[in-house]
Ligand binder design. Sequence first.
Ligand code: GLC
Length: 437
Amino acid sequence: MKTFSPVLAALLLLTFNAVSQTTAWNRLSAMGSRGYNLSNWLEAYWLGASYPNVLEYSRQELDALAQMGFRSVRVPILLERITSDVAPYDSVLNNAPFAIVDSVILASARENDIAVILVNHHGFELTNANWRTALPRLCGMWIALTERFRGLPRDYVFFELRNEPALDIHNDTLHILQQAIIDSIRAHDAERTLIVGANWWNAGWSLADSRPYNDAADNIIYTFHNYDPYEFTHQGFSWTGLPTGPTFAYPGKAADDIRAMFLRVKDWSLLHQVPVFLGEFGVSWFADEASRCAYIACLTDLCEVFDFPWIYWDVKHGHDAFGIFSGSSVRYSDLIPCFRNAMGLVDTVSTAGHTAAPRSVALDVFPDPVSDLASVSYTLAEPGTVLLTASDLLGREVAVLASGRHEAGTFSAVWRCAGLPPGAYIIRLSADASTNH
Ligand code: GLC
């Protein structure tokens, strides 16, 4: 009987130098591997005059999420709607939403040592026709925000320029617009980490088809979202009108398609030597439980394999949304088990001193980058059947380095890689523990 299937991977660059450790890469590390979107709160335009709902999240809930192991929080805010639309765009930066950001969100992040992404969410629809008119205001708004948040630490507070530009703006046009915003911010702050994505609602393949931005500070992180297959992830919602019923199997064709897209994004990240993370993914509350579990395992596994930090959308609301809790409380004991396991969340409140969330065996490669010979060491926490392989970024296996049953312990394998084309390779270790061997 299989009891678990951890999958680990390391990326090797054979002849290129290792990915340079620019500020942006260091800031990506500061995000940790797992985060959550603090959604349905400061981006909730549908509340109208009741916006913002000060009771949507409490400080205790944010602290609890950090204590479960989330290392970053992405904060969608109606920045374009709650800032002044009149030059110099800085007259209303002290309203209620910003007070919540200051006194609840940033205060919790500071105390719990987690990264914060402030993202311009649900801005006005950008199009190829209106972007020139929008440009001065967007640049002015970001300059005003840059100044307002100047005092905040740069190592854990980042700005994301715009959530999900849609279809009506081409990537080339979007590039001009976002480059102008980046240049405007840089004239006021050379060190704040900025986050940008591509059109088609931040699709991964759209990012992989786009060009990176110029930044003398070399301090930009790129983002993509994945809700594919949409009919599955968005089923049953009142706001999509999609029927319930589609299922998801992992492994399976849909999972392979997502993996292929991840490969393209990783390839793009390595080609341009820029850091990338998965800023949104989620699965409808209305999907059947087995499919939800399969989906969450698929996405978190892929993020681990490709070394993309992930940020889940959205944790709280069970109904008509994507929630990860079985009830309305934000507490460890109410986490849906398969979400808790796939996300590697831990009960740090009752497990004193346990802050990390190990979910896999250890894997290490030396040297990195490699030339013609590498040593791959791996540690099994318990006996199991292992398969250690090397594959290229198209998923083609180029070598089997070890296979068979191992006792618990640390082992090493030699990878003779002379003759392989230069590039990035994935080393993957699968270990299935058996209870009846
Ligand atoms: C995007 C949208 C948000 C939606 C989410 C999931 O972030 O802006 O409104 O809930 O995707 O569909």
